[in-house]
Design a protein around this ligand. Sequence first.
Ligand code: CMC
Length: 427
Amino acid sequence: MSDTATLTFGDSNYPINILTGTEGEKALDIRQMRKDSGLITYDDGYGNTGSCESTVTFIDGDKGILRYRGYDISELAQKSNFLEVCLLLLDGELPTARKLSEFEDKISSFQNLPSEVLHAVQSVPPSTHPMGSLASGLHALGGACSHLCTNDRAKDLENFDDAAALIIAALPAIAAATHRQKTKDNLCPPNNSLNYCENFLSMMFAKDGDAPINPSLSKALDLIFLLHADHEQNCSTSTCRMIASGGANPFASLSGAVSALWGPLHGGANMAVINMLNDIHNSGDDGSKFIQSAKDGKSRLMGFGHRVYRNYDPRAKILKSACDEALAALGLNSPILDIASRLEEVALQDPYFIDRKLYPNVDFYSGIILQALGFPTNMFTVLFAMGRAPGWLAHWKEIAQTGKRIHRPRQIYQGSNLRQYIALEDR
Ligand code: CMC
């Protein structure tokens, strides 16, 4: 097959090179197209646009495949853990035992946040959404560790390993401080004898004399983090890369990514799913009325559909069984899990969802587990952000190492042509 396509416009033909990825996907390399033909491309929502070459994550949405650095997500979910996956994403390789243990030690040593960062997180107006507090906390963290946060790309790259470990270590403490601001409870300091997720659960929920953390619950949380760790060029990761392309430091880039994740069509969907399931439950509907209103375009079945997956999201499959296990470990019966299972069963047999290839995504079951673990709904998207942090960082590093140009899309202007200014009194 030719490795060139041809664009015909007017009387001219323009050759366009074909770029082939390591898994065989092909793309028109249009970098010369505007210079040669005067044309740009138009792709609202970037559904057909490759914004970069990347070595971090591979997704085949038709087959439901997700791989971090070449490793299949289901194998990682079975055999690995979140901190090991952090290193895999950040360094490109699975760590040796020594490297992993050094990383774990570094994370432990960074868990005590500078007091001014905790103060900054707890000084936002109490009605601030936890995602807003998280974004503020990241800026404060960068400010408190300004030697890691210089906006001098060479220096920020040199210090990247420390900045990445600091951010991954700090997020649980920032999240817990955010939560405790809302509940008006005193902070619980980190405990270095606990692993990453146990420590987070303890900082979130421990009260004096609390029972030790149930290991199956911290394992479920670790799995949620691992499954969220990267997902190639989604809205928040593209935002992180966009900010990084301007030369901004990792703290600023991640803070922007947190804001991009917040919305209900992206990371906020895990909150929206629980709200939807509770509304269905409280209204006495078994899900059928809701499915009908989604088909009529009056509502969206949150946790369903994906821009890239036109098949079952592999993360949702893993989370579905993790959900059953977590509820069994807690001895809980969840009426909203029954509703979710019913919605899935009905939707997967309905031509509306079949024709549009709408399947459950990662958010469909994650919220049920998080609720069972005791997290309030407004913290769900914060947990998504904590899981996604190593992915954002890996993409920040990729841009810092390989990105040569600032990201700056073009547009098709459809506004007014040149007009004369009208004085205020004449309008
Ligand atoms: N419920 C009902 N209809 C839907 C849904 C849904 N959840 N998702 C898509 N559709 C319909 C949509 O109305 C459209 O129908 P038509 O062709 O008749 O106009 C068709 O399916 C294509 O949808 P789209 O909005 O063009 O698809 P998109 O690729 O732009 O959006 C999405 C992807 C994830 C934003 C969307 O499926 C959605 O809003 N899902 C619910 C929110 C959600 O669960 N988000 C989490 C995504 S996974 C985690 C993450 O990466 O953030």
